[in-house]
Design a protein around this ligand. Structure first.
Ligand code: ZN
Length: 52
C-alpha cells in the first residue's frame, strides 16, 4: 500500500493506486505519492548501518 497526499488540501490517503478524486476537497488527480512504509523501513535500515 502506498500513501498519497492531496496537493490541494493535504489530506493523506492509503491506496494501492493513485486516488482519482479527493473526498476531502473534491479536487481530481491532485494526489502525490509519498514514500511508503516499506521504503521508509529500508531507508531506516540503511541509515542505521551507516550510522554505526
Ligand atoms: Zn484534497
Amino acid at each position: 500500500m502506498a500513501l498519497w497526499e492531496c496537493s490541494a488540501c493535504g489530506s493523506i490517503r492509503e491506496a494501492r493506486c493513485q486516488p482519482k478524486k479527493c473526498q476531502e476537497c473534491g479536487e481530481r488527480e491532485t494526489f502525490i505519492k509519498k514514500p511508503g512504509e516499506a521504503e521508509t523501513a529500508s531507508a531506516k535500515k540503511a541509515a542505521g548501518k551507516a550510522g554505526k
